[in-house]
Structures are given as C-alpha cells and as structure tokens.
Design a protein. Structure first.
Length: 251
C-alpha cells in the first residue's frame, strides 16, 4: 500500500487565503501527497486565483475539483475523500496553515502508535495567519467517553489511515459541527484517537468566522450532545465542561 497522503480542502470564498494555504502544503518536508481543492461554489475570485496558480506553476499534486453548486463543507470534504487516491487522508481548511514538518511528524507518529486516527496540537493565528502564541495542547489519547468532554480535536490537524478506517466511515454527517460529529461517530465504533502534542498547525481566525460566534457554537455543541442520545443531565454536565475547556483554549 502506498504512502500517499490525500489532503482534502473544502474551498469557499477564500481568495485572500488559499494561495498561502497551498504554499504551506508545498513546503512540507514529506512530499508524497496530493491536495484536492474541492471548490464549493465560491462567489468571489477564488476559482480564478486557483486556476491562475495551476497555470503558472508546475505543481501536478494540486487538483481543483469544482462542484456544480454550493453543498457545504461536510459534503465537499466527502466528495474529496471519494476522489482521493492515498492510503492516508488528512483534512485542511482553506484558510489554515501547516508548519513544514506537519505531515512528516504526524505520519511517523501514526505509524509508531499503529493508529488509525491521529491529530496534533495547534496555535491560534490572527487574520494574517501569524501565530498569536496561544497554543492548544492535546491529550495522548481520546476514546469516545473522553472525547465527549474534550472537543480539542481540530479538523486541520487530523489524519486517518484508510486501511484501518475505510473511506465510507470517514464521511462527515450533514449536521452543524460535522467534524466533531464525525470524530464521535468513529470513536463510538471502538476506535481511539491519538494526539501528537506538538504545535504543527496555525488555526487562522478571521473576525467573522463561524467559530467566532460564541452563541452559535453553544447551540451547535448542544445539538451534538442531544444527537448522541445522552441523558439530559449528562448533556448539561458535558456542556459545562465543554464551556470551561473551550474558554481555556482561547484565553
């Protein structure tokens, strides 16, 4: 089985950021990768920016996949997974950045743990993708029970081995906070997620991003807990724990 890493990037209205994101992948010390840019009906100049890059560069590892209509990040990622060719699948949001050693270190960690699902630490970045110094530390291992109370797994840090978790199992559900819902679905099946506690990703936080809307975030995580069919009292306790940990990650 090959060592190709398929990097799935849902792309929507990111003309300001996409070239920097692509560049962070091209600078990876691990070079056996393909980058699938799943264009989800952008209304700005994102497509033109990417097409110009593809014309002017000799980068054959980057593919632009245009969807006929806007379907949302979950379905865009799923489409990318279906089109991917690598043994390993990694997610990257179109405005986030990877440090050059991200793939190399994460893949080595996955192999050392004989793991199917790994993630890494990361750093919050400003509008310009510059790290703020606020680094999120991650636990060495999360199972389903632990993950319910610790939503620290960040999408742009995740990698899967599809020989251990088949592609159909990493299809994101069409719900809000689809990434966290997927992690819980996978862990509920008996898998564990292993955390590499190194800062290998910059999580860019534009001022108007969805994740910056705190009230909406509370609604989304509450609906996720209810989706798990947990007792009401347990949902309340988990919400309190989630709120404390989420606050600590950001201050």
């Amino acid at each position: 089985m090959n060592g190709l890493v398929s990097i799935i990037v849902p792309v929507y209205n990111v003309e300001k950021y996409i070239l920097e994101t692509i560049d962070s992948v091209r600078k990876q010390t691990y070079t056996d990768w393909e980058m699938l840019l799943v264009e989800d009906g952008s209304r700005d100049n994102t497509v033109a920016v990417v097409e110009e890059f593809l014309r002017e560069s000799s980068e054959e590892r980057v593919r632009l996949i245009r969807l006929p209509e806007n379907v949302g990040a979950a379905k865009a990622r799923n489409h990318g997974v279906q089109q991917s060719r690598g043994r390993y699948v990694a997610y990257l949001d179109a405005d986030d950045l990877w440090r050059p050693e991200k793939l190399e270190k994460e893949l080595a960690y996955l192999k050392s743990k004989e793991a199917a699902f790994v993630f890494t630490g990361y750093e919050f970045g400003d509008e310009n993708g510059v790290g703020t110094g606020k680094i999120v530390r991650v636990p060495e291992m999360l199972d389903y029970k632990k993950a319910l109370g610790n939503t620290t797994i960040f999408t742009s840090t995740v990698m899967f081995d599809t020989t251990r978790i088949p592609r159909e199992q990493i299809m994101m559900p069409d719900v809000k906070s689809e990434d966290t819902a997927l992690w819980w679905d996978i862990l509920r099946s008996g898998q564990a997620a292993y955390g590499l506690d190194e800062n290998l990703v910059i999580y860019r936080r534009p001022g108007k991003s969805l994740s910056s809307n705190k009230l909406e975030a509370i609604r989304r995580i509450w609906k996720l807990y209810r989706r798990e069919r947990l007792p009401l009292w347990k949902c309340v306790l988990l919400m309190v724990k989630w709120g404390v940990l989420a606050t600590l990650r950001r201050v």
